[in-house]
Write a protein that binds this ligand. Sequence first.
Ligand SMILES: Cc1cc2nc3c(=O)[nH]c(=O)nc-3n(C[C@H](O)[C@H](O)[C@H](O)COP(=O)(O)OP(=O)(O)OC[C@H]3O[C@@H](n4cnc5c(N)ncnc54)[C@H](O)[C@@H]3O)c2cc1C
Length: 485
Amino acid sequence: MPNCLNSHYTDFLRACATAIGQQYVLTDDFNLKIACVDWRKRYQGTALAVIRPANSDDVANIVRLCVQYGIAIVTQGGNTGLCGGATPLPIESDEYKPQIIISLQRLNRVLGVDIDNATVTVEAGCTLQEVQQAVAEVGLWFPLSLASEGTCTIGGNLSTNAGGTAVLRYGNTRDLCLGLEVVTPKGDVWCDLRGLRKNNTGYDLKHLFIGAEGTLGIITAATFKLFPIPRGQLTVLVGVSTITQAIQLLRYLQAHMGADLSGFEIMSVACMNLVAQYCSPGPSPFGDMPWPEITVLVQLDSGIEFPQLLDRMAEVLDAAQIENLTLQSIVLAHSAAQGQQFWAWREHIPLAQAAEGKNVKHDIALPISAIPDFLLSCNQRLTDEFPGIRLITFGHLGDGNLHYNVAPPLGISTALFLEQCEEEINTIVYEEVLLRNGSVSAEHGIGQLKREWLQSMKGATGLNMMRIIKQVLDPQHLFNPGKMI
Ligand SMILES: Cc1cc2nc3c(=O)[nH]c(=O)nc-3n(C[C@H](O)[C@H](O)[C@H](O)COP(=O)(O)OP(=O)(O)OC[C@H]3O[C@@H](n4cnc5c(N)ncnc54)[C@H](O)[C@@H]3O)c2cc1C
């Protein structure tokens, strides 16, 4: 690096240290190495420093210095994102700019719970679990829940518009958010932390920043809706043979359990075998019986107490069978602990897959009515093209969101499989998704992983509108270059 450039960056880092304190401008190899790699260890980049501001004023000061010195910004929360959005670009990238990582982990205060308004206001670096716990302490409930909740942050949840296990009833992060505080790419602080359910006053600006993956600014705080803690909760496993039967069950339960139905997950037999092999979270809930072709996990969150909820659900499932719904096997959890054991099987799937080795992952959404046809056609094309592959299909069927993963044939090196087959597999899967008006990214975002598919989703006009918004808000293109757009 020429000396004049070196001194430019040194001056910049010195100015950052003066603004927020030397100890919060980390340039050592240890911290840089951790922050420059993504969760799946798929992407690795380079940064001048990891900068750890303490509040929105600190963030604004750092952003203004970045604008002055022409330094790009990668915002990072818990670094659990699955598309490489929080990882800086490597120097070899055509889009590389000298960049810093701004970590929000010190912005971790719960600013207040308004019990009568049923809202909570938190800083963006709080982990999701910290928020859940803070509101539970005052008898309220924040229903967003992901397997990464101990590490992922509220800012990351908002920036990826995270989904999770209760979207069916409560919506995704966007639906739960009532207000935001954002540091704009100019370094202004825009604060709109009103806990209002109704507010029709022109463009709803918060929605620009939700799901923007750090490309339009930095979210520093947010206000969310809260709910009463359910009086009764029940988890049920139901075995079915086909995806059509699973969809019939979904519609039946919605009709008969109403809003109590908050989660409706599916797991194929291949998933369960993988979990049993690598994680074994306990004895099979189905006892000695083999795992059904598809296991449906149903979650109910109700205003009625557990014993009545259990009786009601048992009646509804009996009636479903009398009305000719084919349900192979049913296990109702008789305690919260047993319900957690059922969930453990679902939550261990990604871990079991990771233990086995890398695979080609897809986080897709489809109209629920199109899912049977998608699976029929896509499974067939993939198995014709790549004999011996293993399809690991699970996900949030209630939201039309499938995690549709393709593992190599047994005995084939995963690295070789990815290198030789990933592109073609992606093309087949996304063609089948787009053919049925689906989405190539249901809840994980675009990041570095799915940029080439954005135009197919947005169309030329949509993508152009996105580019105009980006140009107006971030004319120097300093916010998360090389990601999403
Ligand atoms: C085991 C596991 C399970 C998961 N399950 C789910 C699931 O069920 N549903 C789901 O949706 N996701 C899931 N994820 C993905 C991930 O946890 C979510 O995307 C989460 O919302 C990311 O939060 P984070 O704080 O880790 O964000 P990061 O990974 O740090 O960042 C993600 C993106 O948001 C940007 N960003 C982060 N903070 C801010 C901010 N304050 N302002 C502006 N931009 C910001 C980053 O630049 C990046 O583009 C899972 C991940 C793991 C590892």
